[in-house]
Design a binder for this molecule. Structure first.
Ligand code: SAM
Length: 405
């Protein structure tokens, strides 16, 4: 047992408004307070102060079907979050565990462990929705020293229920590490995601043990997004996946040439990407690079919202947006089709063509909801377009007064 755990002593109620934190001397005492219906946050000790701000590691062992979660943050922020996103929601448990039988862990040559589909998975199917093991407040990372942040991280990981803690400790470190403490810290460095928790204005770095097993592919068959409402990272298939196929996501922006992607992955993740798009025959890599350059060029032309429709080569047009859609398809960027559909909807509306504009707006909403999640500004804009196309801000915006649609 680590120093952090032995410090979780003396049963007392915290002075924090809104959330009651119990320091417990034994599992039994903690059990007692939960049996009495009390909120079950446990605070590890010691907390660490930076000026007037105190950061502590809090653990809720009962969270998400008793997988548990640890949060390194201030008592004040925990107090707010505990009333909202950490309150036990019906369905959270189900969210956490569904579809777990559609994949399994496997050793992937050159990539370490990855997840392999064990059943056919359909486009749009949700494969996972997992809550985090540990969350570190961005403020702690910014204001505490590295050693202090790591100390709180270690407290949080050690206080997790054993199954979740072991899953955390099994994650990759990239390199051999001499101690358990360094292992915890290195796992965090290699596997954490940025997770903003919405209107609470909180910004965390979080580790999701199962999702961290997903390897990178520059043309992945899945996308993921963090849903602050359910505090879960959700993974969706962007195309049909066959049993035996590896389930992959992209760690980086795919709109870079192969050399650019390799450099980025090397710089930020320290590995040489062995995905099919990077290891294809040189002529295929070169064709893909040209498509990427064409996509970037089209973006910059379509991004000029002051440009009017004209015969100039650089002028934006619905035809250019159609070409963009085709290039996204050829590049197998199914998880980002909503971006190209959005541009097509805007360009058609911009020259006064309502029917194709509405068709692409529907496609954009469909893909956007599936692959980016609800509550996005571009989806609201497409919904406005469907409700009232001629009242939309982009209605005929590409036409000058004298030009006909
Ligand atoms: C978040 S982990 C993914 C799971 C990891 N393979 C494991 O064994 O736990 C990221 C690490 O997996 C490996 N990896 C992921 N995608 C890869 C790829 N396309 N090519 C080579 N290695 C990859 C790299 O070592 C990377 O740092």
């Amino acid at each position: 047992m680590s120093a952090a755990q032995t410090d979780i002593l003396s049963f007392k109620e915290s002075d924090m408004p809104g959330v009651r934190v119990y320091f417990h001397s034994s599992g039994q005492r903690n059990q007692e307070c939960r049996a009495a219906g009390a909120p079950s946050w446990v605070r590890s000790k010691p907390c660490i102060s930076a000026g007037k701000t105190e950061y502590c590691a809090f653990t809720k062992p009962s969270f998400s079907s008793s997988e548990g979660v640890s949060v390194v943050t201030t008592p004040e922020r925990l107090s707010k979050l505990a009333k909202g996103i950490f309150s036990d929601k019906p369905g959270q448990a189900q969210l956490s565990h569904n579809s777990a039988d559609s994949y399994e862990d496997a050793e992937i040559p050159g990539k370490g462990i990855g997840l392999i589909a064990t059943k056919p998975i359909r486009t749009g199917q949700r494969i996972m929705a997992r809550t985090p093991a540990v969350m570190l407040d961005r403020g702690a990372l910014d204001t505490l020293s590295e050693d202090e942040s790591v100390e709180l991280l270690i407290q949080g990981v050690e206080a997790l229920p054993s199954v979740h803690r072991d899953r955390y400790l099994n994650l990759t470190t990239h390199m051999s590490v001499p101690s358990r403490e360094m292992r915890i810290s290195q796992i965090f460095a290699v596997n954490s995601f940025r997770t903003g928790v919405g209107d609470q204005g909180a910004d965390f770095h979080s580790v999701f043990t199962e999702i961290s097993r997903l390897n990178h592919d520059c043309r992945p068959n899945c996308v993921y997004y963090f849903d602050p409402e359910t505090l879960s990272n959700k993974v969706y298939a962007v195309r049909d996946i066959m049993p035996g196929e590896e389930i992959t996501v992209s760690y980086i922006d795919g709109f870079q040439t192969a050399a650019g992607r390799q450099a980025r992955l090397h710089e930020h993740w320290g590995f040489e990407c062995g995905c099919p798009a990077c290891t294809a025959e040189p002529f295929l890599v070169s064709e893909s690079d040209s498509r990427i350059e064409q996509i970037l060029q089209l973006w910059s032309e379509l991004d000029d919202y002051s440009a009017k429709a004209s015969t100039s080569v650089k002028a934006p047009s619905p035809e250019k947006a159609e070409l963009l859609i085709e290039l996204y398809r050829l590049e197998r960027l199914e998880g980002r089709m909503q971006e190209a559909y959005y541009r097509a909807a805007v360009e058609y509306l911009g020259v006064g063509k309502i029917v194709p504009a509405m068709r692409y707006a529907r496609l954009c909403i469909d893909s956007g909801l599936k692959f980016k999640g609800p509550g996005k500004v571009f989806i609201a804009s497409m919904e406005d377009l469907l409700k009232n196309p001629t009242g939309h801000k982009y209605w005929r915006f590409r036409l000058s007064e004298s030009t006909d649609a």
